[in-house]
Design a protein around this ligand. Structure first.
Ligand code: CP
Length: 310
């Protein structure tokens, strides 16, 4: 039981067997998480650092909990109270942490490619917790795992990804992951938020949200990432919500029930209304729950251990 890669830098580098192995391992850990004692001794001799150079709620807490559930020692690094402000480089920062006998690095960074760069300079396994507009591999894994849990095998399933595709590492990792699992993907959003030539990644583009939703079994709705938009790409949030906001009235008009996903954080009333986010069609909190089992599986499989300890 191991992956074909030493690091989890992106879904692009994984093969289908890797993804299926992560899902099977997560199934096992999900059972552990249903027990009164939600912990296995598997990684009691392993230390993991969570290195967050960018804000996070779900991913940071989910990784930390996954590490604790595996009995690993964890340390947390937040850039805001670190010596990075005194000019320390990324490699120096990480080498100093690794000198304290740390075995694995979970890293989020605003620069696309930062985890790859680090992987070229240090020996420890690196797990990408989101890098710029590049990839967010564990998010895509937990998204696909959550669809599999509700709908079974992803082969032939229709998934629409809605919103700010241009700036979304979640979109790119989801496209790679869903394609590898045999799902069909459509992206939908305003033309200014859909990268040119995205069809080359094996997806359809549908600018009309209603048509995109009529086609799909699952809609994964993305946050508008205003912090990454350096010039206006649509008139107002109100206009965006009018054309691309997912609301109950639109869902009721589809004549079928689709699953609704969102990686979070949600901008209620912009890309998704509360009557959808909190509806029974929404599996947003199932995604968060599954994130812990998926991250346990990734950490375990990269650790080189051969005993799940369950
Ligand atoms: N989905 C996700 O990455 O959320 P956070 O930014 O809160 O980690």
């Amino acid at each position: 039981m191991s992956l074909s890669v030493k690091h989890l830098l992106g879904i692009k580098e994984l093969n289908r067997e890797d993804i299926e192995q992560i899902f099977l391992t997560a199934d096992n850990f999900k059972q552990v998480l249903q027990r009164p004692i939600k912990r296995v001794p598997t990684l009691r001799d392993t230390t993991v650092v969570n290195l967050f150079f960018e804000n996070s709620t779900r991913t940071r807490l989910s990784f930390e909990l996954a590490e604790k559930r595996l009995s690993a020692d964890t340390i947390n690094f937040a850039v805001s109270n670190s010596s990075v402000s005194k000019g320390e480089t990324l490699i120096d920062t990480v080498n100093n942490i690794l000198a304290m006998k740390v075995d694995m690095v979970v890293m989020r960074h605003s620069a696309s490619g930062a985890p790859w760069f680090l992987s070229q300079h240090v020996d420890a396994s690196i797990i990408n917790a989101g890098d710029g507009t590049n990839e967010h591999p564990t998010q895509a894994l937990l998204d696909a795992y959550s669809i599999r849990e509700k709908l079974g095998d992803l082969k032939g399933k229709h998934i629409t990804i809605v919103g700010d595709i241009m700036h979304s590492r979640v979109a790119l990792s989801n496209i790679f992951c869903l394609n590898k699992l045999g799902a069909e993907v459509t992206v939908s959003g305003p033309p200014t938020l859909i990268p040119k030539h995205i069809e080359a990644l094996g997806v359809r583009v549908e600018y009309n949200l209603k048509k995109a939703l009529e086609w799909c079994d699952v809609a994964n709705v993305l946050r508008i990432q205003l912090e990454r938009q350096h010039k206006p790409l649509f008139s107002t949030l109100r206009e965006y919500a009018l054309y691309y906001g997912v609301n109950k009235q639109m869902l009721d008009s589809l004549g079928k029930e689709i699953l609704i996903m969102h990686p979070g954080p949600i901008n209620r009333g912009v890309e998704i209304n509360s009557d959808v986010a909190d509806s029974k069609q929404s599996i947003i909190l199932d995604q968060v729950e599954n994130g812990v089992a998926i991250r346990m599986a990734v950490i375990y499989l990269l650790s080189g251990k051969r005993d799940m300890g369950d």
